[in-house]
Design a binder for this molecule. Structure first.
Ligand code: NAD
Length: 308
């Protein structure tokens, strides 16, 4: 019995999360399907396992951090799905940002065979993962969440328990729809101030004290030289890419459709981010949407793909 954590998907987020666990003294075995990602994982000191059998044998927790619902479905529930190979006393923590339907399907199948599963997507991005300051948005029973808490405490700073299994991804989707909309709103307000030839610094400092304020305006300001340490000060290098925001807005659109909810601003935000991605900026930080909003009035450093 090796009592280890099996970490599946060690890309941009999974690698630093797994490394935080290792640094805290946990026995972590990792697995990924991408040879490039495996190479990076090895270089960063992670214990990469090539066989799924070896990965799962003796695991006490399986953590997955995969791109989309289809990857989670095929990993756990596909023809060669691993769910049936996971030890019965093992806890599954899926940290991927995926659709609610897939998360619930996995949770229900796991429950049928007596395995506890929680959904725990994160906010805080790659930087948050590197310094162990992610926020976990969690869905699951109190008992399962309590089991996961020591691991969340290592990888994160806040555990926000939203309710039953599936509500972690639910709250993540609602949150990111609101964030996508408010990023565009903040960019519009600041670019309008610029067009009006106002002092943008002053406008920003006043809005922060007034009723038009929001998280993006204060903490992730889409124009440079207004807030320290944000991607707009670094030529819009990510951060959180426009492609990721588009993906989350797509999840919000699908979730809204499934319950006949009206989300006109969510749809508008999806259209705007889709156009931005189609125009070649999918790997730009999502706050770079301000360039598209600014149009010909845009006058700020923008070099999202630069390396310096
Ligand atoms: P990524 O593409 O860098 O990493 C995902 C990894 O999963 C890849 O290395 C891929 O090879 C691997 N993978 C896919 N299918 C697999 C399988 N069947 N078995 C093993 N490995 C498999 O993505 P990321 O940026 O690390 O994001 C992961 C999740 O976190 C996404 O759902 C994303 O929306 C969410 N997220 C990302 C950020 C961010 O800033 N990058 C922030 C918050 C949330």
């Amino acid at each position: 019995m090796s009592n280890h954590i099996a970490f599946i998907g060690v890309g941009n987020m999974g690698n630093p999360m797994a490394n935080q666990l290792v640094k805290a003294g946990k026995n972590v075995k990792v697995f990924d399907v991408s040879p490039d990602v495996i190479e990076i994982a090895k270089q960063s000191g992670l214990n990469v396992i090539g066989s799924m059998e070896e990965l799962l044998q003796g695991a006490t927790t399986v953590i997955s951090m995969l791109p989309e619902g289809k990857h989670v479905r095929s990993l756990y529930l596909g023809d060669n799905g691993i769910l049936k190979k996971i030890p019965k006393d093992c806890l599954i923590i899926d940290c991927s940002t995926i659709d609610i339907e897939t998360s619930l399907a996995l949770g229900n199948e796991a429950k049928k065979i007596g395995i506890k599963m929680i959904d725990a997507p994160v906010t805080g991005g790659v930087m948050g993962a590197r310094i162990g300051k992610l926020n976990f948005l969690v869905g699951g029973t109190d008992e399962a969440v309590a089991l996961a808490k020591p691991l969340f405490d290592i990888m994160g700073q806040k555990i926000l328990h939203a309710g039953a299994q599936g509500s972690g991804v639910g709250v993540k989707i609602c949150n990111n729809m609101s964030l996508g909309i408010s990023m565009i709103a903040s960019a519009e307000a600041l670019m309008l101030a610029q067009r009006l030839k106002m002092d943008v610094k002053k406008v920003h400092s006043i809005i922060k004290e007034a009723s038009g304020n929001n998280w993006a305006m204060t903490n992730y300001t889409p124009l440079p030289n207004l807030t320290e340490g944000v991607p707009s000060n670094n030529k819009y290098r990510p951060g959180f890419t426009a492609a990721m925001m588009k993906k989350d807005l797509n999840l919000a659109r699908d979730a809204a459709k499934s319950v006949d909810a009206s989300t006109p601003l969510g749809k508008a935000a999806l259209d705007i981010f889709s156009k931005f991605c189609e125009d070649g900026d999918s790997e730009t930080d999502y706050s770079g949407i301000s360039k598209m909003i600014g149009g010909d009035a845009w006058d700020y450093p923008f070099d999202p793909k630069g390396k310096d």
